[in-house]
Ligand binder design. Structure first.
Ligand SMILES: NC(=O)c1ccc[n+]([C@@H]2O[C@H](COP(=O)([O-])OP(=O)(O)OC[C@H]3O[C@@H](n4cnc5c(N)ncnc54)[C@H](OP(=O)(O)O)[C@@H]3O)[C@@H](O)[C@H]2O)c1
Length: 228
């Protein structure tokens, strides 16, 4: 859950922002973080056109990762607990949508190799399933724990398929890396579909927004308008 300040002041929103970047583009989507995921996958996964999967797909991290990877030509599968949001996920770029409640995760150390890349906001059993289902030399960008903080898997995906597990940390990330990501976010990686992803709300809406977030029912990212 993230409560950010929407002041209209670009300097406060991010000292690194290129001049023509709108505040809504920054605060509305927490976009540095999920796009860093997508960058990690793009740097290590096969070229565009490859099959990638995004977990927690309707969440703030997930839907930004879906649009970012789709915009770069990847075939994106969205894993979600909200099949009713299939049209939304397809509209922002998902080619396929999987219902996580229906997913057969299997238990073998290696399952069918399905994904060249993965962006995971969920952790727990979902991340363990990803390690078992990556293609040869596939890579997983991991940052979230919406579904659990533990990871139970084996070394088989790593030593037999060369799978890479990349940790994403948006808090201590070095300034030069942030600068480069912000620069690209304002140019070739400029996000799409922000009108669908960002939900502008007021302070009065916070209780219902928090309830939705805690229940895992929220979609996209909330932007809280603090002034008029
Ligand atoms: N490492 C970092 O620097 C960093 C930075 C920001 C956030 N995070 C972490 O990343 C995670 C996602 O953040 P967010 O802002 O995207 O949160 P969010 O907007 O609340 O979205 C999380 C999504 O995960 C899915 N989900 C919720 N509960 C689940 C469960 N029990 N099992 C499986 N899936 C579940 C839901 O999507 P579906 O219904 O579509 O499945 C939900 O919308 C959080 O754990 C957050 O703490 C890490």
């Amino acid at each position: 859950m993230k409560l950010v300040t929407f002041t209209g002041d670009k300097a406060r929103a991010g000292a690194f922002l290129p001049g023509d970047t709108e505040v809504i583009e920054v605060t509305g989507t927490d976009r540095y973080h999920p796009v860093a995921h997508a960058n990690a996958v793009a740097a290590h996964a096969k070229s565009s056109g490859a099959d990638v999967v995004v977990t927690g797909a309707t969440g703030g991290v997930g839907c930004m990762a879906v649009q970012s990877l789709a915009a770069r030509g990847y075939e994106v599968t969205a894993l979600t607990g909200k099949p009713a949001e299939t049209d939304f996920l397809r509209a922002i770029g998902a080619k396929a949508v999987l219902d996580r409640h229906e997913l057969q995760m299997g238990t073998k150390p290696l399952e069918k190799a399905s994904w060249s890349g993965a962006v995971d906001a969920v952790g727990g059993e979902t991340l363990a399933w990803l390690t078992r289902t990556m293609q040869y030399r596939g890579c997983i960008a991991s940052s979230g724990l919406a579904g659990g903080h533990e990871l139970h898997t084996t070394v088989m995906p790593f030593i037999l398929r060369g799978v890479k597990l990349l940790g994403i940390d948006s808090v201590m990330c070095p300034a030069e890396t942030r600068l480069e990501v912000w620069r690209r976010l304002a140019t070739d990686l400029r996000p799409t579909h922000l009108d669908r992803i960002a939900n502008l709300i007021g302070l009065d809406d916070l209780p219902s927004a928090f309830t939705a977030l805690l229940k895992g029912e929220a979609q996209g990212r909330y932007v809280v308008r603090l002034r008029g």
